[in-house]
Design a protein around this ligand. Structure first.
Ligand code: ARG
Length: 246
């Protein structure tokens, strides 16, 4: 019997405890990915993904418990049942779909190249022969390797995206390839960083989805129905505008 799936509310009025009868799903994330998920100084995990999954849970009549697992840890934790799902700006890819199931897409993204302000890099092709920082195992990593070869020595994988960006700011890498919104957020939050972004149509559109264990169609369907509810009732749009509205 999995205790994680059983309500422990027991009539408590404490609003941190799950309400009676509600299922609690464990959600893992890599909380170093502003504005999608990041960790506040007090340890709270916040962000667009957090607000959306909480709204999804409310619409679906369940609760979520969000914990930091790190990017690579996420996939393993879904597989071994440590968490029920991963919510972490995860792009739905064919490769990942072989091993996991995804709920429906909830966000469109693409890759951007982050470079020093004075860089002459102006396209994906210009990255050939350069050192490129990526978060290991992300679609940024995958895009660079599919452009220049799986074993391309210029790919410098980092455990998280902030480490890759830090390497750029100290001149360890010539560029970083990462999700557009995260790159733009970094530029906005660091106006003195002397960096700029480069876009290239060669990067395909990507779609984020919630990752569940292969064959967990029950949770997949619950997520799809609940996501549809907040798309229909305006809640998704409200959260979207809070983060990305003009
Ligand atoms: N969207 C990209 C991917 O799925 C990057 C996601 C990284 N997310 C994170 N929370 N670090 O590969």
């Amino acid at each position: 019997l999995s205790l994680a799936l059983v309500s422990v509310g027991c009539g408590s009025k404490d609003n941190t405890a799950p309400a009676d009868g509600k299922k609690v799903f464990k959600v893992g994330t890599d909380a170093a990915y502003k504005p999608f998920e990041w960790t506040m100084p007090n340890g709270d995990i916040v962000g667009f993904d957090v607000d959306v999954i909480k709204a999804v849970a409310e619409a679906g009549g369940f609760e979520v418990q969000i914990e930091h697992k790190g990017w690579e840890g996420l996939f393993e934790a879904v597989n071994n049942g440590e968490i029920d799902m991963a919510v972490s700006a995860i792009t739905i890819t064919e490769e990942r779909q072989k091993e996991y199931d995804f709920a429906n897409a909830y966000f469109e993204a693409t890759q951007l190249i982050l470079v020093p302000e004075d860089s002459t890099i102006a396209s994906l092709a210009d990255l050939e022969g350069k050192n490129i920082g990526v978060q290991q195992g992300t679609t940024g990593d995958i895009s660079v390797r599919s452009a220049f070869g799986k074993e391309y020595a210029g790919v410098k994988p980092f455990e998280n995206t902030p480490f890759a960006i830090q390497a750029l700011t100290i001149g360890q890498v010539d560029a970083v390839v990462a999700d557009n919104v995260v790159v733009l957020e970094y530029i906005k939050a660091n106006p003195n960083a002397k960096v700029k972004f480069v876009s290239d149509d060669a990067f395909e559109p990507e779609y984020y989805g919630y990752l569940v264990k292969k064959g967990n169609t029950e949770l997949q369907q619950l997520l799809n129905e609940s996501l549809q509810k907040i798309m229909d009732n305006g809640k998704y749009e409200e959260i979207y505008n809070t983060y990305f509205g003009k």
